[in-house]
Design a protein around this ligand. Structure first.
Ligand SMILES: Cc1cc2nc3c(=O)[nH]c(=O)nc-3n(C[C@H](O)[C@H](O)[C@H](O)COP(=O)(O)OP(=O)(O)OC[C@H]3O[C@@H](n4cnc5c(N)ncnc54)[C@H](O)[C@@H]3O)c2cc1C
Length: 226
């Protein structure tokens, strides 16, 4: 199922392997034992593993997502090294004329100092409207120049130099659950930039359907990554 994020973005959970029971059985192999279904004892074991930071069994479930997001969101996302990325190449593909423009409530100011910023909605409608138009006009200009360079036969790898960080890109993201919990702790957080958080919120909903017991213990344990 495709989940739209903002005007042009999306997330699709394309495939996954394993769930709560796989975590239990990766732990139980230590004692040469196996559970066939998820009961109270298995639920308790996942809680124990989570609280005591026995992390490796949480590497059993693996997820693959198809993600379409602006480049500035990918810059943050791709800092998560314990996962795999395959992305559309702007050397080989012509970039579509799409860019992210924040909706009205997302136009914000930055107050405070590093580590203690607050981001506040711009209340003045006229000012917000001007900001939106400036972002759109600059982005349109960049894409106009890009398309002109492509038409003139300039290599895509050179034409792309004029594109802004709010252009869209698409990637396959493959990640195990332990690393995904780290992603969710950091990116579905009030400290994360709102745009990447919107993606993390949707990912968390999808993952909760696959590993509901683990996600309950993760939240009960203060979202500390095992
Ligand atoms: C709110 C916020 C603000 C940020 N601001 C900045 C910023 O200003 N500048 C900036 O550069 N980055 C910034 N980052 C990115 C941040 O520093 C991390 O690079 C990013 O969140 C990925 O986290 P990670 O390293 O835990 O994830 P992953 O790379 O997926 O790593 C997962 C875990 O594996 C282990 N690990 C991975 N690689 C190594 C290694 N080389 N050595 C030892 N252990 C390793 C660590 O335990 C790590 O937590 C920010 C992130 C957030 C959430």
């Amino acid at each position: 199922m495709i989940k739209r994020v903002h005007e042009h973005g999306h997330i699709v959970l394309e495939a996954y392997m394993g769930g709560d029971l796989a975590i239990v059985n990766n732990a139980r192999v230590s004692f040469d034992q196996e559970s066939l279904e998820l009961g109270e004892a298995e639920d308790g074991l996942i809680g124990f593993l989570m609280r005591n930071k026995h992390g490796s069994p949480f590497e059993a479930p693996v997820f693959r997502f198809d993600v379409k997001a602006p480049l500035f969101v990918f810059r943050e996302w791709q800092r998560h090294r314990i996962s795999s990325f395959n992305e559309v190449s702007a050397r080989y593909s012509v970039i579509e004329d799409e860019f992210y423009v924040p909706e009205r409530d997302y136009i914000r100011t930055q107050v405070g100092k590093p580590g203690a910023y607050t981001f506040e909605r711009v209340e003045d409608d006229e000012e917000a409207d001007l900001i939106t138009r400036l972002i759109s006009t600059t982005s349109n200009l960049s894409f106009g120049t890009y398309n002109r360079l492509i038409e003139d036969g300039v290599a895509k790898e050179i034409a792309r130099l004029v594109l802004p960080v709010n252009m869209y890109s698409r990637m396959k993201w493959t990640v195990n659950l332990r690393s995904l919990l780290n992603f969710l702790a950091l990116r579905n957080s009030e400290h994360a930039q709102r745009e990447i958080r919107d993606y993390a919120i949707e990912i968390e909903k999808m993952v909760t359907e696959v590993v509901p017991v683990t996600m309950r213990h993760f939240n009960d344990n203060g979202r500390i990554v095992p």
